[in-house]
Design a protein around this ligand. Sequence first.
Ligand code: E4P
Length: 221
Amino acid sequence: MKLFLDTANIEWIRRLNRMGVVDGVTTNPTLVAKEPGEFEDIVSEICREVAGDVSAEVVATTHDDMVAEAKRLASLAPNVVVKMPITPEGLRATRTVSSKGIRVNVTLIFSANQGLLAAKAGASFVSPFIGRLDDIGHRGMEVVEDLVRIRDNYGLKAEVLVGSIRHPQHVLDAARIGADISTMPPEVMMKMMEHPLTDSGLKRFLDDWEKAKKAKPQILR
Ligand code: E4P
């Protein structure tokens, strides 16, 4: 499964990308609004840093404006993927731009039927938001299960990109189900690395080594 960062913060992206674990980045208007600078400059900088796909979302809501914005975003870098919301206008714009070779990530998906429609409209990625479903008492991962099954049943080309991830267990569940991508806040990726037994284990190794160096200095030539 590919791992994406769900942030527009370039410092976090650089830090985790250096570890070789970032396959791509997703942004949305809320995430971009938190960062200093112009939208297009932020997207371009992320695209220079990360070799994989970088999703940037349109803020227009009508077909013609969405298409114009999508073309502009796609011209920023070859790894830009344009994010469109799952609305009637968004689906129509997805069809228009995907048939021109622009890759689209259809976002704000809360049901498998929405995802199916997005895939039919030509989306390269469909993004179910699982944490927001969990927040209102639904089981977000069920939508992922359904979408993965539908993808496999019909050999759909659209990749299932699991968004609105809140904790490492979501990533693990998505991987078990066979989702193509999980996108997560940097803090969740950090938590995936951490384990208290790793910390205590490393401390013991280093303490034992220090003791050994004192007891038998020849251990290090
Ligand atoms: C995905 O592409 C979205 O940017 C994101 O995962 C939304 O998550 P949130 O519910 O944490 O805002």
